[in-house]
Design a protein around this ligand. Structure first.
Ligand code: 5GP
Length: 125
């Protein structure tokens, strides 16, 4: 079910549970500000999710309420993940769904990193 971008942070959401180590994930990266792990239902040969450690629901929430250090750390982490996965040269796509129209399913900010093949047009019709 998609979720709205607004509302209280749900401490029981699946990514909060992954952050707390209550649910396993295939982590590929972690630092003080972010962790990254393989998506459970990959849409490309490489499909990794990067999430901030802080309790932010969406890009709207994070950009309004995250500290400068958290925001800088998260942006750097996304870049580091793409570099670490060897995606800089062939290229990759970043995507962040926010709210109902974008069909955001998990109410903890996440950036999808897609790569590993030519990714085609940006949106399907
Ligand atoms: P959204 O639609 O919110 O942008 O994307 C949520 C993503 O989280 C989906 O691509 C979905 O496959 C992934 N996902 C949902 N539950 C889990 C889980 O338990 N573990 C992992 N690794 N990914 C998940």
């Amino acid at each position: 079910m998609p979720v709205a971008a607004l509302g209280d942070y749900d401490q029981g959401n699946i990514f909060a549970r992954i952050l707390r180590g209550e649910i396993p994930s295939q982590r590929v990266y972690e630092d003080d500000h972010a962790i990254a792990f393989h998506d459970i239902n990959p849409q490309a040969p490489l499909h990794v999710l990067v999430i901030p450690r802080g309790p932010y629901r969406s890009w709207a929430d994070f950009s309004a309420n995250g500290s400068d250090a958290e925001i800088a750390g998260f942006v750097r982490a996304v870049g580091a993940v793409a570099r670490q996965l060897g995606l800089e040269e062939p290229g990759y796509r970043l995507l962040a769904n926010a709210g109902l129209d974008a069909h955001q399913e998990v109410p903890h900010l996440h950036v999808h990193v897609f790569g590993g093949r030519p990714l085609g047009p940006m949106l399907t019709r």
